[in-house]
Ligand binder design. Structure first.
Ligand code: C5P
Ligand code: C5P
Ligand code: ZN
Length: 499
């Protein structure tokens, strides 16, 4: 499990103060929380800033202090090569690293940095940063290397990995994630159960739990009525003592009858059903109260996304640090808001889904925030009436510092100056891309598609093979899509979409 964390830990341990830059999603917030706790324990003063992405506006305003990039940084290593910095990330690396002449590279250890910038990233070991380990995981490895006591933070790395959907490929955490999971289990902060993997086991009313079930959808359930009928057919009530029942409220017999019925229905519709796609590992946090979103890793991750993607990453950070009062209550409000927004967005965007060649795309209405279009694209991709093709989602990009740039810990003034943009921003479009696993297995790499096609129209982007994002100048969407089509064809071969 050597990803270069020991060297990175030494660099950080020698710093008096550190400026942490993290991403606004669940994994980014988990990464920042680990960095924050680790630095506090080591008595290293620090500030934390959350950003939507690492663009020039951010890079040109970094303070003159040692930097720790968490859950981002790998797209900007050229820029960071001369800085005293640690990057704990899992995104694909843009360009060459370590920064030396190509011929000499093979003589260097992947983590040997001839500069003061140290990168901890699974891609340097040829591992897939989409499934092996997330940003919070790499940050955790460095924290643990600084002090073994920090191993008690493993559950935060698990929530980060689940928040980033790293368990999607096999229905369970794999690779280094699994090793980190085991540490959390040893510390009693995570427990594994075998159960339905649908979202909302702790908090959703049963009807909604079934109605919005995905991957696989439950055949015949397409709304509240059909969900109710499904339950009454099994003699399962939807309320008890006037309260809506949730999945966790059912007894073993009731749960088993639901699982059997779903399996039957999927079998009838699809002809076969690997039981593992319905049942699988569910990760619980035993120290949290049952019936709250903090009790289960997927719901916890969504709560954090509900904060960060709306400009309130600091609330998620507070919750990870243990707040169960003010910040937690606000986070719950934001989660309700997030659920509503996703439903509204899905409804509006469904009509706008279009095709260019063999790629799907939609341009969101202004009411749909750029920070959630990727989630919406993913939801569309999971629907049985949507073809299994890559999907590109466009949304108007807003000022990167309008709400997301905030000061969480440390000296507000320094960060304020560090990140406040002073010139007019050119109008930009945010692009999010998501691909079906089946195409990724055949060679689709959306990270590469995004890097290449955004560069062709004067934008920038990157990410993972299965999910990537970027920014392009307004008015270039069509040219971008043509460039993307070309790269996808190079990856999958001519006529790839026709069987
Ligand atoms: O920035 P970061 O790497 O943390 O985000 C990973 C993104 O990839 C998340 O938005 C996650 O939802 C997405 N993803 C996905 N499908 C997968 C794995 C990850 O859409 N199978
Ligand atoms: O923003 P979105 O959810 O679509 O991002 C998908 C993946 O692409 C995430 O892992 C994100 O960090 C990454 N991304 C990136 N560079 C960007 C935008 C997104 O690497 N400019
Ligand atoms: Zn991540």
């Amino acid at each position: 499990m050597d990803l270069g964390q020991e060297k990175a830990a030494k660099v950080l341990a020698d710093c008096e103060s550190v400026f942490v830059i993290s991403h606004i999603d669940a994994d980014g917030i988990c990464s920042a929380a680990i960095a924050d706790i680790v630095l506090t324990r080591a008595d290293i003063t620090h500030s934390i800033a959350f950003v939507k992405q690492l663009d020039d506006t951010v890079l040109n305003r970094l303070p003159d202090a040692p930097l720790w990039f968490t859950d981002l940084g790998s797209s900007a290593l050229d820029f960071l090569a001369d800085r005293k910095a640690v990057v704990t990330d899992h995104h694909q690396i843009a360009g060459d690293w370590p920064p030396i002449e190509k011929g000499e590279r093979s003589t260097l250890d992947a983590f040997e940095s001839p500069t003061e910038c140290h990168v901890v990233n699974p891609h340097l070991k040829g591992l897939d940063g989409g499934v092996e380990i997330c940003g919070a995981g790499t940050t955790f490895l460095v924290g643990r290397a600084m002090d073994r006591q920090n191993e008690d933070l493993a559950h935060i790395a698990v929530v980060g990995a689940i928040g980033d959907l790293q368990d999607r490929r096999s229905g369970r955490l794999e690779g280094i994630n699994r090793a980190i999971l085991m540490m959390a289990i040893n510390h009693g902060t995570i427990g594994i159960i075998e159960d339905l993997r649908y979202f909302g086991r702790e908090t959703r009313p049963l009807t909604k739990f079934l109605q919005f079930a995905e991957d696989p959808k439950i055949p015949g359930i397409d709304g509240e009525d059909t969900a109710m009928r499904f339950l009454s057919g099994l003699d399962i009530p939807t309320t008890r003592d006037g309260h809506p029942l949730r999945w966790i409220d059912l007894d073993d017999y009731e749960r088993q009858s639901v699982v059997e019925r779903i399996t039957q229905l999927v079998l009838i519709e699809k002809g076969e059903v690997p039981l593992s796609s319905i049942l699988g590992e569910v990760y619980l946090l035993p120290e949290e109260d049952p019936g709250t979103p903090l009790r289960e890793a997927k719901e916890f991750g969504t709560l954090l996304n509900s904060c960060g993607r709306y400009g309130f990453s600091s609330l998620g950070l507070d919750v990870l640090r243990g707040d169960r009062t003010d910040s937690y209550l606000r986070a719950l409000d934001l989660q309700r808001n997030h659920r509503r927004n996703l439903m509204d967005a899905l409804y509006q965007v469904r009509e706008r889904l279009d095709r260019q060649g063999d790629l799907m795309f939609f341009v969101s209405p202004p009411s749909v925030k750029e920070t959630i279009v990727g989630i919406v694209a993913n939801m569309l991709l999971g629907r049985s009436d949507v073809p299994e093709l890559p999907i590109f989602a466009f949304a108007e990009a807003t000022d990167p510092f309008s709400e997301e740039s905030m000061i969480v810990v440390g000296d507000a003034h320094v960060i304020e100056e560090a990140v406040r943009p002073d010139e007019e921003q050119e109008k930009l479009l945010k692009v999010s891309a998501r691909g079906p696993r089946s195409l990724v297995d055949r060679g689709l790499d959306l990270g590469v598609v995004m890097r290449t096609a955004t560069a062709e129209v004067g934008g920038f982007g990157g990410g993972h093979n299965i999910a990537a994002g970027g920014v392009v100048p307004a008015g270039t969407a069509e040219t971008f899509m043509r460039a993307a089509e070309k790269v996808v064809e190079e990856q999958l071969g001519p006529g790839w979409a026709r069987p």
